[in-house]
Ligand binder design. Structure first.
Ligand SMILES: Cc1cc2nc3c(=O)[nH]c(=O)nc-3n(C[C@H](O)[C@H](O)[C@H](O)COP(=O)(O)OP(=O)(O)OC[C@H]3O[C@@H](n4cnc5c(N)ncnc54)[C@H](O)[C@@H]3O)c2cc1C
Ligand code: FES
Length: 258
């Protein structure tokens, strides 16, 4: 069930030059949140930002009643959020959207490919897959080292591989050129810049691998009312906020083939 709620910030960490993370406590009964779902964040005290901003849920601790967000500072809204401190409140609409498929059999192999801020939803996903005994390879990339947030927290959940276009961290090149990408998997998941996700989707389709992508179209309402986030799928137009953000690539041939 969707809820509008004031969370309390109980931790804030700078995660490299361009990123920070917030841990938010509900204080009551937090709704269940599936990997790949997102929240719409109210930006207060910033007159230049009228609309809520969509941010993926990075991590969830249902017992503690907390969720965390990993945010890249790109504009006025995210810059305002970066100024919040422990003890401040953050108003969220959550949980939103349709998340990743996680019902893989124990012993399956999954590849999680993230780029830039698209790394955010993959931690909650990796944790859930690990709990189901799925073997995860987590392949994270960016143009350069400073555009990849500190991501040691992935280490307990799978094999972590890093790539940068300029070779400043990990393997030099695009994520699809990493040797781990060429291995065989039962499922490929990806979230990040559109050209990266299209390259991952095309390659997965050529190799006959199941693949889900999490689209990051611009959004306004976040609940399917304004139609500003619509994408063209093989089944017609779909709202990324409500029908996605996660889509199986078998429905997105028009999207990844162009
Ligand atoms: C479902 C979903 C989940 C997301 N999850 C995360 C997350 O976990 N962490 C995170 O850091 N960001 C995430 N984003 C992107 C985030 O919503 C935007 O970066 C944010 O709205 C920018 O707000 P702003 O006011 O700081 O920047 P603005 O002033 O609105 O924009 C600054 C610049 O960023 C560009 N921009 C804004 N939104 C997007 C977007 N969605 N995709 C590409 N470029 C954009 C604008 O074109 C502009 O050039 C997500 C987006 C979606 C749709
Ligand atoms: S953001 Fe309004 S319909 Fe998707």
């Amino acid at each position: 069930m969707k809820e509008i709620h004031n969370f309390t910030i109980i931790d804030r960490q700078q995660r490299g030059e361009h990123y920070f993370s917030l841990v938010l406590k509900h204080g009551g009964h937090m709704q269940p949140i599936a990997p790949g779902q997102f929240v719409e964040v109210l930006i207060e005290d910033e007159p230049r930002v009228m609309l809520r901003r969509p941010i993926s849920v990075h991590d969830v601790d249902p017992e503690a009643g907390t969720l965390s967000l990993l945010i890249q500072i790109v504009g006025n809204g995210t810059r305002r959020l970066s100024l919040l401190q422990v003890g401040d409140h953050l108003n969220l609409v959550y949980p939103l959207g349709h998340g990743f498929t996680t019902d893989l059999p124990a012993g399956s192999r999954a590849l999680l490919v993230g780029g830039g801020a698209g790394i955010a939803p993959l931690l909650h996903l990796a944790k859930e897959l690990k709990a189901k005994d799925v073997q995860c390879t987590i392949l994270l990339g960016g143009r350069t080292a400073s555009l990849i947030p500190v991501c040691d927290e992935f280490l307990p959940y799978g094999t972590l591989c890093l790539t940068t276009d300029d070779g400043s961290l990990g393997h030099k090149g695009l994520v699809v050129s990493h040797p781990a990408f060429a291995e065989s998997y039962d499922m490929v998941y990806t979230c990040g810049p559109t050209p990266m996700m299209k390259a991952v989707a095309r390659s997965a389709a050529e190799r006959g691998l199941r693949c889900e992508v999490s689209l990051e179209n611009m959004m306004a309402c976040g609940v399917g009312a304004c139609l500003c986030c619509v994408t063209d799928t093989d089944q017609g137009h779909r709202c990324v906020c409500k029908d996605g953000p996660v889509f199986d690539i078998s429905t997105l041939k028009k999207w990844y083939q162009c």
